[in-house]
Design a protein around this ligand. Structure first.
Ligand code: UD1
Length: 337
C-alpha cells in the first residue's frame, strides 16, 4: 500500500480525508501535534477505520522531528499538507505567526521531500487567493494574488513557493486545491468539526446556536448587493472535498513530473447566509435564533466556484447538497452535546 503523509490529519478536512484515503487503498500516516484538534478526532477515526490510525504527534514544521517521522516510515508515496493556521481575524492580529507557521511548515516539508525523493504533494489552498472576484463563478485563471488578509496571503505565498519548487525540481508534482467553504461532517457522526471556543465560521456557529450553546447567530451584514443582502459562498460537503484529495493523488500518479496545477473545489453554486440558516432549519426541524449585525471586516460579498476544470481535468465533482451537509452538521452537533 502506498503511504501518504497527512499533516493536520486530526483536523476537520484532514480526518475526513484519512477515511477516504484508507477506503481507496492508500495507507494514511497522520502527522499532527493536536494543537488545534482533539483526541476525539482520533477516537472517531479509529471507529471508522476499524483500527487505530497511524499518528505521529509532532509539529510538521519542526524539521528534525519531521525528518525522524520520514525515516521511521520508510518509503512514502506523497504528502497531503493540511496543517496550517486558518483564522482570518487572528491572522490580522498576529501576521508573523501566520507567515511563520504556514509558509515555514511547507518549506520544511519541501526540503525533506527533496532530500528523500518524495515526489507528490497535494496542498490545501483556498478561494481566498481570489479575494473579491471580478467575475462569477470564479475560475482558476482569475487573478490569484488578491487575498484580503495575512492568512490569505500565506496561501498565495505557499502556492508560489510550490510553483517555484516545481520549476526547480523536475521530479516534483504538486496539486493546489482551492477550497471554497467546507462544511458538514461525516454521515456516521463519528468525526466532524471541533472549533475551539467561539466559532469563527458560519456553520459551526449555526449548529451551536441551534443547540442553545450560543444565544443567537449574528449575520454579518444584510446590506450587500446580493438577492437577500447577505454574503454568498460556495458551501461544499467535507466528504466531497475529502474525496477530491484521493482523486488528485490518483490523477498525479498517472502524469509525468514536473507538474503544478491548481483546481477549484466547490459545488459551483452560491448560497447566501440566510439561505444557509433557512435550509438548516428546514432539514433539521430546529430554529436557529439569529439577528442581523454589522458587516465583518474583510468579508468578500460573493464568491462561488467555476468547477469545470476540476470536472473535466481531474474528473471530480461534488455530489452532496447543502441540505446533506447541514443535516450531517446537525447530526454531529447533537452527538457533541
Ligand atoms: C474564510 C476565508 C476562507 C478560509 C476560511 C477559514 C476568505 C474570503 N475566506 O471563509 O478562505 O478558508 O475563512 O476560516 O478569506 N458569517 C456570519 N456570522 C457568523 C459567521 C459567519 O454571518 O457568525 C458569515 C460571514 O460573514 C460569511 C459567511 O458567513 O459571509 C461565511 O463565513 P465563514 O464561515 O467565516 O467563511 P469565509 O469567511 O467565507
Amino acid at each position: 500500500m502506498k503511504k501518504v503523509i497527512v499533516t493536520g490529519g486530526a483536523g476537520f478536512i484532514g480526518s475526513h480525508t484519512v477515511v477516504e484515503l484508507a477506503a481507496a487503498g492508500y495507507a494514511p500516516v497522520i502527522v499532527d501535534d493536536l494543537r488545534n484538534s482533539e483526541e476525539r478526532a482520533l477516537t472517531g477515526l479509529a471507529a471508522l477505520l476499524g483500527r487505530a490510525p497511524v499518528v505521529h504527534r509532532v509539529d510538521c514544521g519542526d524539521e528534525q522531528a519531521m525528518r525522524e517521522v520520514l525515516e521511521a516510515e520508510g518509503e512514502v508515496h506523497g504528502v497531503i499538507h493540511f496543517a496550517a493556521d486558518k483564522a482570518v481575524g487572528e491572522s490580522v492580529a498576529h501576521p508573523t505567526k501566520y507567515y511563520r507557521n504556514n509558509i515555514g511548515s511547507l518549506a520544511v516539508l519541501l526540503e525533506l521531500m527533496r532530500q528523500r525523493g518524495i515526489r507528490s504533494m497535494v496542498f490545501s489552498s483556498s478561494c481566498t487567493v481570489y479575494g473579491e472576484p471580478k467575475e462569477l463563478p470564479v475560475d482558476e485563471t482569475a487573478p490569484d494574488r488578491n487575498a484580503a488578509s495575512p492568512y490569505g496571503f500565506t496561501k498565495v505565498a505557499c502556492e508560489q513557493l510550490l510553483r517555484d519548487e516545481v520549476s526547480a525540481s523536475p521530479m516534483l508534482k504538486a496539486v493546489l486545491l482551492r477550497y471554497f467553504n467546507p462544511i458538514g461532517a461525516h454521515p456516521s457522526g463519528l468525526i466532524g468539526e471541533l472549533p475551539r471556543g467561539v466559532p469563527n465560521n458560519l456553520v459551526p456557529y449555526v449548529s451551536q446556536a441551534a443547540a442553545g450553546l450560543r444565544d443567537r447567530l449574528i449575520i454579518h451584514g444584510a446590506d450587500y448587493d446580493t438577492a437577500d443582502g447577505t454574503c454568498v459562498r460556495d458551501y461544499i460537503h467535507v466528504v466531497d472535498l475529502a474525496k477530491a484529495h484521493v482523486t488528485a493523488l490518483d490523477w498525479m500518479g498517472q502524469r509525468p513530473a514536473p507538474l503544478c496545477e491548481a483546481f477549484n473545489l466547490g459545488t459551483g453554486r452560491g448560497n447566501s447566509v440566510l439561505e444557509v440558516v433557512r435550509t438548516f432549519e428546514a432539514v433539521n426541524g430546529v430554529p436557529v435564533p439569529h439577528a442581523i449585525g454589522p458587516r465583518r471586516a474583510g468579508d468578500v460579498e460573493s464568491v462561488f466556484a467555476d468547477t469545470r476544470r476540476s470536472a473535466e481535468v481531474l474528473g471530480w465533482r461534488a455530489r452532496l447538497t447543502l441540505a446533506d451537509a447541514l443535516r450531517d452538521a446537525w447530526n454531529w452537533q447533537r452527538r457533541l452535546g
